[in-house]
Structure formats: C-alpha cells, structure tokens
Design a protein around this ligand. Structure first.
Ligand SMILES: [Fe+2]
Length: 305
C-alpha cells in the first residue's frame, strides 16, 4: 500500500486523494491576471539565472509565461530559438510550411500555399492546442509565440491552462474526463490541416497523461474537419469545455507587443481577427517542441555559459 503512494497520479480517476491534494495546490497558485505571467528580460539571447527561474516558476504554476524585452527584429528567429534552448526546449517540430530552420513566421499572406491555412490569414482562430492533428510521436509539449510586429488592431490571444480545464470537468463529473481520455474521443480526418498534407486520420484522446506523468491536452474548437466520438459523454464534455473557455474568468487575454513572447507547455489558446497597416503588419514567430519546459534545477545548467 505504501508502494502505491510512490506511483500515485492526480490524473488517475481512481486516486481521489492525489487529485484533491494536487487540485488544492493548483487552484491556490493559479494566476488570475495576465500581468502575473510577465517576466521582464534584458537580453533574451542570454537570460540571467533569475530571469530564467522566473519564467520557469510561472510555467510550473500556470504552464505558461510571457517574456518582455525591447524589440530586436534583426535577430529574427534566433530569439525564440535561444529562449527555447535556455528552457530545455531543443527538438522543433518541422512542418512543410515552416522556414528551413523549423520556426514558422505567422503573418497574413495573400497568395501561395500558406494563404489557404487560417494561421496565415488575418482571421480569428478558435480555441485549440497546437499540433492536435499530429500523430502521438510528434506530440507538441511546448511552444513559443514570439512577436516581431503587432497588428494595427486585433490579433490578441486568449490563453487557458489545460490543467484548469481538467479540474473544472473532473469537479463537474469525473465521467466527463473519462470520456475525453478515450483513445477515439477526437479524430482529425486526413489532409485537413496546416502542414500535414500526406497524413492519415488522427484519432486520439483529448486528455492524456505523458510517460513523465504530465497532463497533455489535444483539442480544437473547430467544428469543421474534426470528428468527435458519437458518445453522449463526449458530447457533454465537449459542450462543457466550450462553455468554460467562453466564460471562465481565469481565461487571460494577452496582446503581444514587439519583443514579447508567450512560452508555454502548449496551453489552450485562440487568436482574434486583426487588421494590418503599413506601420503595423503582424508578424509572430512560432516554435513548437516535443519537450516540456524544464526547470533549470532539474537539468544541466547553461547559466554560466
Ligand atoms: Fe496555435
């Protein structure tokens, strides 16, 4: 029985004690305002130990942080790459629309192959986690959105920690969580999404627990190009989730200014529509990784490099 304690997981629906203990800690420390996520950074290419610790602390608490620094457009994709590397993020998910270095510039595009995919338009993007159409071996555990230029108006992001979504559903009814943990809860039909023209249907759970014991969420609020399991519990859970994302006061709103970026363990996010001008043509660099953000305490350190 003591052995059981060593492998207990808050995400095990049979382990109410582990869940309640974790839930209490989580709710006591979850940020309620977006400025709680903010970390001012002097040089993103060389974070100080304090800056890095502050980013990691927010990621441990909220699965996300926002760094802010003066704009350095001349460094381009070097910045998100360097920020990622200093947080233990090394393996980029490369899709065929990404530039050669695996970091994707998101901007409204009039023509070419990108223009048919929503991220490369100025239209609103509904709630999702990144890479929900990826196969399990390309699961996106973390990502960075680095703002080079903002739009004239709009282009804001709302963000929500998947762990809070999990808690809301489990508190309402653990059966809702169980429904979304089914291996066939949500299927993305083949050839429907950005960057993956040649893949087959991707069926999978919404909530899963990774090998290292973390909660992973795979989700899109899109109604086209997604097939939910024909199951009353899955339908009820999906409706509750959408209700939560539309109304929960802990949903945070972010407007990235040039030089700012979101670094996160692939949290739920959306994007509002935007309008560009000659002076403000929105450009956000996106990097997606297979690793989670790692505490400098638990990995090799680069702070003296
Ligand atoms: Fe996204």
């Amino acid at each position: 029985m003591t052995l059981q304690a060593a492998v207990s997981s808050p995400f095990d629906l049979a382990d109410e004690d582990a869940y309640q203990a974790w839930r209490r800690r989580k709710l006591a420390t979850a940020p309620t305002r977006s400025d709680e996520l903010m970390v001012e950074v002097e040089d993103p290419l060389r974070l100080t130990a304090d800056e890095r610790a502050a980013i990691v602390e927010r990621c441990e608490r909220a699965n996300m942080a926002v760094y802010a620094t003066s704009p350095r457009p001349e460094h381009g994709s070097e910045i998100p790459r360097a920020v990622g590397a200093q947080l233990g993020l090394r393996t980029l998910d490369v899709n065929y629309l990404a530039d050669d270095d695996g970091i994707t510039p998101l901007a409204a595009t009039e023509s070419g192959p990108r223009s048919t995919f929503i991220p490369y338009t100025n239209r609103a993007i509904r709630w999702h986690t990144d890479g929900y159409y990826n196969p399990p071996e390309r699961r996106i555990r973390a990502m960075i959105l680095h703002c080079v230029q903002r739009a004239e108006s709009g282009g804001e992001n709302h963000v929500f920690d998947p762990e809070l979504a999990y808690i809301a559903l489990r508190d309402a009814d653990p059966a809702l969580v169980a429904a979304l943990m089914q291996d066939d809860a949500m299927t993305i039909p083949s050839r429907s999404e950005e960057g993956d023209v040649a893949r087959g249907d991707q069926a999978g759970p919404v909530f899963s627990v990774t090998e290292d014991g973390h909660l992973h969420m795979r989700y899109t609020a899109r109604t086209r190009s997604v097939a939910w399991k024909d199951d009353p519990a899955v339908r009820a859970a999906g409706a509750q989730l959408l209700q939560l994302l539309d109304h929960d006061p802990r949903v945070l709103r972010l407007r990235l200014e040039p030089g700012m970026g979101i670094v996160c363990n692939n949290v739920l996010h959306d994007r509002t529509a935007f309008t560009d001008s000659d002076a403000h043509r929105r450009l956000v660099l996106r990097a997606r990784y297979y690793e989670r953000i790692r505490s400098p305490r638990s990995g090799e350190t680069e702070s003296s490099a």
